[in-house]
Design a protein around this ligand. Structure first.
Ligand SMILES: *Cc1c(COP(=O)(O)O)cnc(C)c1O
Length: 401
């Protein structure tokens, strides 16, 4: 398995559109976009074969220890698939523990609230990962908790959460783990041998580099069978979708045919790049070039190096009064880059993605664009406020075990 960057062809977007430095939708290859140029009948054998190949290729990414699992695609954006997973695998009357350290953990908790499913939340704020020790302590105190919901990469800050120690605490206490690996799957290893999840979810438009339109749930076959009748919703029912696909090879309701065709092409490109290891190596190289270059320009990252993911990096906004995010965004877009606002509760920030059809050459151009945008705005220092740095130091100290 490669741990160096495979030589993949990274083309400039052919229609002159900006690069998307966002965590999905993201910049896709021309071949992925071109795969959408023909129409498919949803019940036709050709499309059924494509669905079967997508499921088989996704399962293969779990490796040998994925043998007891199956993969169920689900229409909609990633949130639809998360909602389907939570509603299908947490039985009515059960209690879940949600591990939150940002917007996506909080969204999982909100989903359970809307469904009326009992849950408790461990909320670590914006900066800090939930640790195995504290999860074990909560489970020991509350035997009614049967399921734990964890986010792999918390995309709102970029924290890569320590799933292996969380899984050890959950499985050690005889509970079940449900994982939102939306923004990490395909680029960060997730092996059921070391993270024995009951179910896990991701989507087409993140690290596999497809276009938006569906998500997919991996689950143990035993958990899929046991999920019959759990769902709160007719359409977001993973068991029913699985049973129909097993029987007929079809999706229960109109599938996003063009998106599936594009995704199959994206899966082939993923394999050609060396799978999870190759994709992860390119994204890590992007991150390293991005973080080093932004620090040279005077920016600071929200997170300490050990928690930085190869998916997305949060930077503090400069304290210089000449800096305004809306102007920075427009100046970056004029230079060919769409960036991402921050999603933190306490301090002003913005985010830059490392994923999609980009490489370190694109990152070098991005850094030139950042320098140009700052100069245009008259920003002399990119350093964050002393208050932001003090807040980071205070919270980071608390997080070390
Ligand atoms: C992208 C993402 C989702 C899903 O978001 P959608 O906008 O519904 O696609 C869920 N969880 C995480 C961690 C994500 O990064």
């Amino acid at each position: 398995m490669p741990d160096t960057v495979t030589d993949v062809l990274i083309e400039k977007p052919r229609l002159g559109e900006p690069y998307l430095l966002t965590p999905g939708p993201l910049t896709t290859s021309w071949a992925v976009k071109s795969a959408m140029l023909r129409d498919w009948g949803s019940w036709d054998d050709d499309f059924r074969t494509m669905t079967a190949e997508v499921r088989a290729r996704l399962l293969a990414l779990l490796g040998a220890s994925g043998a007891g699992y199956d993969c169920v695609p689900m229409q909609g954006s990633g949130t639809f698939a998360v909602e389907a997973m939570l509603g299908s695998f947490i039985p009515r009357g059960a209690r879940a523990l949600v591990l939150a350290n940002g917007a996506y953990g909080l969204r999982a908790a909100e989903t359970l609230t809307v469904m009326g499913r009992d849950h408790v939340v461990l909320d670590k704020g914006d900066y800090l990962p939930p640790r195995g020790g504290e999860v074990a302590a909560i489970l020991a105190r509350d035997p009614a908790i049967s399921h734990v919901v964890a986010i792999h990469c918390e995309t709102s800050s970029g924290v890569l959460n320590p799933l292996e120690e969380i899984a050890a605490a959950v499985v050690g206490a005889g509970r079940r783990l449900l994982v939102d690996s939306m923004s990490a799957f395909g680029a960060v290893p997730l092996d059921p041998a070391t993270v024995p999840f009951a179910a896990m979810v991701s989507s087409a438009n993140k690290c596999i580099e497809g276009v938006p339109g569906f998500g997919f749930v991996f689950a143990r076959k035993a958990a899929l069978k046991a999920a019959q009748g759990n769902a709160h919703s007719l359409s977001l029912d993973v068991h029913a979708q699985w049973a129909a696909m097993e029987k007929t090879g079809q999706w229960r309701f109109t599938p996003p045919t063009h998106v599936v065709a594009a995704f199959l092409e994206a899966l082939r490109e993923h394999e050609a790049e060396g799978g999870v290891a190759g994709r992860g190596a390119r994204y890590a190289a992007n991150r390293d070039a991005l973080v080093a270059g932004m620090r040279r320009l005077g920016f600071e990252t929200l997170l300490a190096d050990r928690w930085l993911s190869p998916i997305i990096v949060t930077f503090f906004q400069p304290a210089d009064p000449a800096f305004a995010f809306a102007r920075f965004y427009a100046a970056m877009k004029a230079r060919g880059f769409v960036i991402y606002p921050g999603k933190l509760t306490a301090v002003e920030s913005f985010r830059l993605g490392c994923i999609g059809r980009i490489d370190t050459g694109v990152i070098a151009d991005l850094l030139d664009a950042v320098a140009g945008a700052l100069a245009e705005m008259g920003v002399r220092s990119a350093a964050p406020s002393a208050a932001a740095m003090a807040e980071r130091a205070r919270l980071t100290d608390q997080g070390e075990e």
